[in-house]
Design a protein around this ligand. Structure first.
Ligand code: BGC
Ligand code: NOJ
Length: 811
């Protein structure tokens, strides 16, 4: 069953009922100011950091669900309704929500009054605009009331939810005409405030939640909306809100537009003289003046659309599979940008108060983002590398605002260092910019301890080499990519967190997955050294890679598939000898994509085993058989019920590894089958089973052992976005950025037909036409660039050349 449809021309997903299985959300904002925005107007807003600088409140785990948002209420002759349906849930006569790139538009009607709310964050300012267009579609004059409503958060979202003895006395507001200033904390910091304003003179306002809702009322029944009369309340302490009231009369056919702006103002250093509690309103008023007319709002929205269109023009495929085109050209890249911006901080599954930026997560997010805005990727790389320690290990997370490593979590995830090589090499392949390697980057953000980025990479590489276990495989530490595989956690006390520091960091447990990573990214490191003419280091790196390859073949092969790990007692994990968890997905995908066992025929065997033991119609499960009980020697992984999350869920993130691995051995049909199974556009028809948004990937789909097999969770913020984009753009469609240019190496299913790709690469445009008359699955036999035949599958990059016309023949 579907709950909407794709409008590819507008690059929108159109939701046709507010009653989607779960809130289906969008992200507004590109740079610093962001809002989460659901199809019923739920969500919240923050500036830079969802924990520390949150403008509006949101109650996770609330009932009814998703009832915090920026709401508009209409009281039309006693019928009270919201254009987004929530929170009154009055049945609407029509409803449509269009989630577009960086904006959402909800249009609905009740009793022949139409409301169209367009919400977006303009490129140039730290604010969210809500334009409300009301139209009287009846034949009679209508007189009705419109109320706006936002509930302010007292900035630090954790304190806001916990420190009530203080919170209930600190709220302060100021009202100046239709401008409502939220100035809690200004007294103490004098550096920031929020504003919620309307572009026309309001007939009333409220800033006290209690006055607006009425004692003991919820947002579905606000007293002020019922009485059609604002209380003109000035909040002092308790819960400050912002609400405007407009009495509106519309003749038949007449429309009226109102513009609401929710903004964030941070005073410049020189403005801080404004002492005590007197805010400097000038910057707010200047911002409001930029969005005070419909024309200005239209221009700002068009600028935003141009921005997105320009970004998404960097990789455009045209082929006969519409679903593939819409994912590649629109939604997958869009999600890559959102995950790059948010890391794992704020979604409907991440509270915005816990995890900041993940070291591993951000490195991987970059893989799907670097072709879009390479300069931002460059900055991000430096931020990430700055959290590395001198021994090559790294803080597992860092705070977006301070960019400092998170001490509570610390380090010890032994895959982390290698992801730095992954993202730096992706950046250099994309841009050709080797100069990044010479950047001076601190360790642990300490400016007295610095080294070049290249040296950081060397320490990443050496960290693995200096942390090998009894089988010469990498030590896993607290965990590797699989956060829940805590093989050293046998000292955990009941109730204690799984990822504790200290004694849990055992010296023995080893990871075959990290070995695969080392082979893959060790080769990348060697290539980087080669590019820098450091042949000695290149040779050293390749020798270490070769030894690791050998160690995997000797101690990491289980007979039919790659072993997953050795636990702290050197017992096998992910072996046919185990009673549960006999086979895991991660090493099959990663070892093969790294090239391990390809020549020996093991790769094919491992991938066949994946198909035989882990495949389902909804994707490949993480392991089988699921753990039916908790194992002390395995940790959090076995704490999940069978079929969920790391315990045999379909972790969408590592499905593309297997798809890539299939393309490494040339099986286009299977690579594509895997791609399709978790790809949201192909799941749209079963939205009642899948339940999350059909336009973005979710982290997990419940596996075959789960009660609700096929149900997805954790949409949006997942490394799946980047990895599926890498898979489809580089391995299936086969356009691979390389140090010396673009390599064309597709691997497609039979019947895929001819296709074209427009790719922007290093300031040049490549028009690539791939012909596949003979239904070949892998590789090209002929490459013609600007009428010249090449004798490899590389289109050499020529400095200064701006257009390349390319024909590639698969045969
Ligand atoms: C989840 C993992 C996640 C980790 C983050 C675990 O509970 O299952 O997917 O990476 O928490 O700390
Ligand atoms: C989600 C985390 O964000 C990611 O870093 C991790 O690799 C996966 N879960 C698997 O545990």
């Amino acid at each position: 069953m579907k709950f909407g449809f794709f409008d590819d021309n507008e690059k929108e997903y159109v939701i046709t009922t507010p009653k989607t299985p779960l809130p289906w959300i969008n992200y507004l904002g590109c740079d610093n100011f962001f809002s989460l925005y659901s199809n019923t107007c739920g969500g919240y807003t923050f500036y830079k950091d969802a924990k520390l600088l949150r403008l509006t409140r949101y109650r996770y785990n609330n009932i009814p669900t998703d009832t915090g948002g920026k709401y508009f209420y209409i009281n039309d002759n006693g019928t009270i309704w919201n254009p987004g349906w929530q929170p009154t849930k009055t049945e609407l006569d029509s409803y449509e929500c269009r989630h577009g790139l960086g904006y959402s538009r909800i249009t609905s009607s009740k009793n022949k009054l139409k409301a169209c709310v367009t919400a977006f964050v303009p490129l140039e300012d730290n604010c969210e605009i809500n334009q409300v267009l009301l139209t009287n579609d009846s034949t009679d004059t209508k007189t009705f009331s419109l109320f706006s409503y936002v509930e302010f958060c007292l900035w630090n979202a954790v304190d806001d939810m916990t420190n009530f003895q203080r919170n209930l006395s600190i709220g302060e507001v100021e009202v100046d005409g239709s401008e409502i200033y939220h100035k809690t904390e200004y007294r103490e910091r004098r550096n920031h405030y929020a504003i919620f304003a309307a572009n026309q003179k309001a007939d009333g306002f409220d800033t006290s939640r209690d006055a607006f809702l009425g004692a003991y009322n919820a947002t579905d029944d606000p007293a002020v909306v019922n009485s059609k009369c604002s209380a003109n309340s000035i909040a002092s302490g308790w819960s400050p809100i912002g609400s405007h009231h407009f009495n509106i009369t519309l003749k038949p056919g007449e429309s009226k537009s109102l513009i609401f702006v929710l903004g964030y103002i941070e005073n410049k250093e020189e403005d801080k003289w404004e002492s005590l509690n007197i805010i400097n309103k000038k910057p707010a008023k200047a911002m409001l003046s930029r969005y005070s007319s419909d024309e200005q709002v239209t221009v700002a929205l068009n600028n935003l659309k141009d921005h997105w269109n320009q970004l998404l023009s960097k990789y455009v495929v045209s082929c006969k599979d519409d679903k593939l085109c819409r994912m590649v050209n629109i939604w997958n890249q869009y999600q890559c940008i959102v995950t790059f911006n948010m890391s794992r901080s704020a979604s409907y599954y991440e509270s915005g108060t816990g995890r900041g930026m993940g070291f591993r997560d951000s490195c991987q997010d970059l893989l799907g983002f670097v072709h879009l805005i390479p300069d931002r990727a460059r900055e991000r790389i430096i931020d990430i590398a700055s959290t590395q320690f001198e021994d090559g290990s790294a803080y597992h997370q860092y705070q977006p605002l301070t960019k400092k490593g998170n001490l509570d979590i610390g380090s010890g995830f032994n895959d982390d260092p290698l992801w730095l090589i992954a993202c730096v090499s992706a950046y250099i392949r994309e841009t050709g910019d080797l100069s990044i390697l010479g950047e001076t980057v601190p360790f642990d953000n300490d400016e007295s301890k610095t080294a070049s980025l290249l040296e950081h990479l060397r320490r990443s590489f050496d960290y693995t080499l200096t942390h090998l276990g009894p089988h010469k495989l990498p030590l896993i530490g607290r965990a590797d990519w699989n956060d829940c595989l805590n093989l050293n956690c046998f000292s955990k006390e009941p109730g204690e967190s799984f990822q504790t520091t200290g004694p849990s960091e055992g010296p023995i447990a080893e990871s075959v997955f990290i070995a695969g990573m080392f082979v893959k990214y060790g080769k990348e490191y060697a290539t980087i050294c080669h590019e820098l003419n450091d042949f000695e280091e290149e040779v050293r790196a390749l020798a270490a890679v070769e030894s690791m390859n050998k160690a995997v073949l000797e101690s990491g092969w289980d007979g039919q598939w790659f072993l997953r790990a050795y636990d702290a007692n050197s017992n096998k994990v992910g072996s046919h000898e185990c009673t549960e968890g006999k086979i895991f997905i991660e090493p099959q995908g990663f070892c093969v994509l790294a090239g391990i066992g390809v020549e020996e025929g093991l790769a094919k065997k491992a991938l066949d085993s994946v198909k035989e033991h882990l495949d389902t119609k909804y994707g490949i499960m993480l392991l089988q058989p699921a753990y039916s009980k908790y194992y002390l020697n395995l940790g959090e992984i076995s704490s999940y019920p069978p079929g969920y999350k790391e315990n045999a869920g379909i972790f969408c993130h590592n499905n593309p590894w297997v798809s890539i691995a299939e393309s490494v051995i040339g099986r286009g049909d299977r690579a594509f089958e895997i791609y399709q199974k978790t790809c949201p556009a192909y799941l749209e028809d079963i939205s009642e089973i899948h339940r999350t948004e059909p336009y973005v990937y979710s982290q997990m789909i419940a596996g075959a052992d789960a009660v609700f097999h096929g149900e997805a969770k954790n949409s949006w913020l997942t490394g799946t976005a980047a990895w599926t984009f890498v898979n489809v753009s580089q391995y299936i469609l086969g356009i691979q950025p390389d140090y010396k240019g673009l390599v064309i190496n597709p691997c497609v299913p039979s019947g895929f037909g001819d296709f074209t790709i427009t790719r922007e690469f290093r300031n040049a445009i490549y028009y690539i036409s791939i012909k596949n008359e003979h239904n070949t699955q892998k590789g090209i036999s002929k490459l013609i660039v600007d009428d010249k035949e090449m004798f490899s599958n590389l289109i050499p990059f020529e400095k200064g050349k701006t257009t390349y016309y390319v024909t590639a023949i698969m045969e």
